[in-house]
Design a protein around this ligand. Structure first.
Ligand SMILES: Nc1ncnc2c1ncn2[C@@H]1O[C@H](COP(=O)(O)OP(=O)(O)OP(=O)(O)O)[C@@H](O)[C@H]1O
Ligand SMILES: [Mg+2]
Length: 257
């Protein structure tokens, strides 16, 4: 489902977090949001999915959610946000509770989400028995179980080590090839942006404004090919040159405590 942000701004009291964000996201597109710490990325993601009301501007969607969608917007968070006392299958099924579904439909949806994320044999396990990578797969499965129109991911791989992150990037690409939703992906990691996004939106320091938008022409499904290694490096370097000065300034800032 296409998503349109017009003149979006946000304030937390005296803190101006975002200003003047105009962005159209096409159906099925993956847009990465990058920018220095505290520039308003999570705020923008919250506004895009309706968790937060913008102080100014508006967010609209056009078109219809996919068939069988129970919820147009779902989130995947950095800290997985799993319920430790529930099994994997019961965590994944959480968003289906209080929905008018038959037991068979519920089962079918949970099974499909577990299959998509490679968790079938872990259905009865508990979160504490799983690695970080597996826990985040549960977080992803729980988001997909409602068949969202727009998937909002807030640094989903940031809590994972570099090798697990590689594996999860491969998984995400495989999932995206099968699940036709629109995606907004917040990350600090420029490699993730270069590998996973069709476009990368670079935000300025707070209040976050759009500084640049970089389109990556090679389809995401082909980016893993060795012949594109140079392209990924080039995208990474361009993104870094776009944000480096802002990151240096943010790093040297003395904060109010
Ligand atoms: N509930 C809140 N109340 C007051 N200020 C807030 C609140 N949430 C966020 N902020 C402030 O708004 C600004 C933007 O926050 P936000 O979390 O959106 O940034 P971010 O880009 O996601 O940061 P990070 O890279 O650290 O995740 C920050 O300065 C933050 O301290
Ligand atoms: Mg954030």
């Amino acid at each position: 489902m296409p998503l349109h942000l017009e003149g979006v701004g946000h304030r937390y009291g005296a803190v101006e977090a975002l200003a003047g964000i105009d962005l159209d996201i096409a159906d099925g597109e993956t847009v990465a949001l990058i920018g220095p710490s505290g520039c308003g990325k999570s705020t923008l993601l919250g506004i895009a999915g309706g968790l937060l009301q913008p102080t100014t501007g508006r967010v609209t969607v056009s078109g219809e959610p996919p068939a069988g969608s129970l919820n147009p917007f779902t989130y995947v968070f950095q800290d997985f946000a799993l319920l430790p006392w529930r099994s994997v299958a019961d965590n994944v099924g959480l968003p289906l509770e209080h929905r008018p579904l038959s037991a068979a439909e519920r089962r079918e949806r949970i099974d499909a989400a577990l299959t998509l994320t490679g968790l079938t044999e872990f259905a009865a396990a508990y979160p504490k028995q799983l690695s970080g990578g597996m826990r985040q797969r549960v977080g992803i499965a729980r988001a997909l179980v409602v068949r969202p129109a727009v998937l909002l991911l807030d640094e989903p791989l940031s809590a994972l080590d570099a090798q697990t992150r590689e594996l999860l990037m491969e998984d995400l690409l495989a999932i995206w090839a099968k699940e036709p939703c629109t995606r907004v992906y917040v990350t600090h990691n420029l490699e993730e942006a270069a590998r996973l996004a069709d476009r990368v939106v670079v935000l300025s320091r707070r209040p976050g404004r759009i500084r640049d938008v970089l389109s990556i022409e090679v389809p995401v499904a082909e980016r893993g090919a060795p012949r594109h290694a140079g392209l990924l490096r080039e995208v990474h370097d361009r993104l870094w040159s776009m944000i480096r000065d802002e990151v240096v300034t943010a790093d040297r800032e003395v904060r109010d405590v």
